[in-house]
Design a binder for this molecule. Structure first.
Ligand code: UD1
Length: 244
């Protein structure tokens, strides 16, 4: 039996192709949601919109300091794993849910598979970098998205036999969820946008969005990119369409 441990918005999205594959193959698996993200817009909306099965367990740990959150998740995950006794725990990415889920599992001698293994920012002030490093070194199956990620792992002494270069599940998620989106939403119309006449930016990670000056710098850079690269492109394409 496989336990898929997830807890935040990106994990739900990036695990969606794996969950669908488990469903398609009628595998014996369950989803354990830690509740690190809990607001409707960060959590349930994705299960609904991506048409995913509901988690069998939800720990509802909520927000807190890194230690509080990691500790609460470990305690909750351990309880479920001891009861359910899965053969393998799958985690994806680099959040506190991933670290706590992997750590709880490995201490119960349950095998850990890490999806998106081997990514590095080489910045140890990032909590996610610490999470990645630790999880990669306690996992049994490292699903590296790229050859470069594999090389990062090899450089750190990870056994080559544990590493599988699989590509990134976010690519499968984009293609699969695009089909769902085409069926269900018409976001351009809803927002009054023209195809190729807009650009979308998402900003996250505490070192980017929690430091006012850094966030201001990012917004300024985006404005420059928009004016220098994007605006001429829009003008050209509208000129071209006029000529056509
Ligand atoms: C977390 C992950 C980050 C990931 C991001 C995805 C860690 C260390 N960080 O960062 O790697 O890229 O999720 O979105 O695990 N909040 C809500 N509703 C929620 C969840 C959070 O309002 O459902 C608010 C709370 O005020 C909370 C804050 O967002 O204190 C931060 O949430 P948290 O999960 O601690 O970190 P993220 O910044 O979301």
């Amino acid at each position: 039996m496989t336990a898929i441990v997830l807890g935040t918005r990106p994990e739900i999205i990036k695990m969606s192709p794996v969950i669908r594959e488990c469903e398609r193959r009628h595998l014996n698996y369950f989803i354990l949601h830690t509740g690190q993200h809990y607001s409707y817009e960060m959590d349930k909306v994705f299960f609904e919109e991506l048409e995913l099965p509901q988690p069998r367990f939800n720990l509802d740990v909520g927000s807190g300091t890194h230690a509080e959150q990691t500790g609460k998740i470990m305690i909750g995950v351990e309880k479920v794993l001891r009861k359910e006794k899965p053969d393998v725990v799958l985690v994806q990415g680099d959040t506190n849910t991933v670290l706590a889920g992997a750590l709880a599992a490995v201490k119960l001698y349950i095998k850990v598979g890490h999806v998106e293994a081997g990514l590095r920012s080489f910045d140890r002030r990032m909590p996610e970098e610490i999470n990645r490093l630790l999880v990669d070194h306690i996992s049994d199956y490292l699903f590296a998205p790229t050859e470069k990620a594999k090389q990062n792992l090899l450089r750190e002494g990870v056994d080559e036999n544990k590493i599988f270069v699989t590509g990134n599940t976010v690519v499968d998620a984009v293609y699969q969820n695009l089909e769902v989106a085409k069926r269900k939403v018409n976001v351009l119309k809803d927002l009054g946008l023209k195809p190729r006449g807009y650009f979308l930016v998402t900003a996250h990670r505490q070192e980017n969005v929690d430091v006012k000056e850094k966030l201001k710098g990012i917004l300024k850079d985006l404005e420059l990119i928009f004016q220098e690269f994007f605006l001429p492109y829009i003008s050209n394409s509208s000129e071209n369409s006029k000529k056509a």
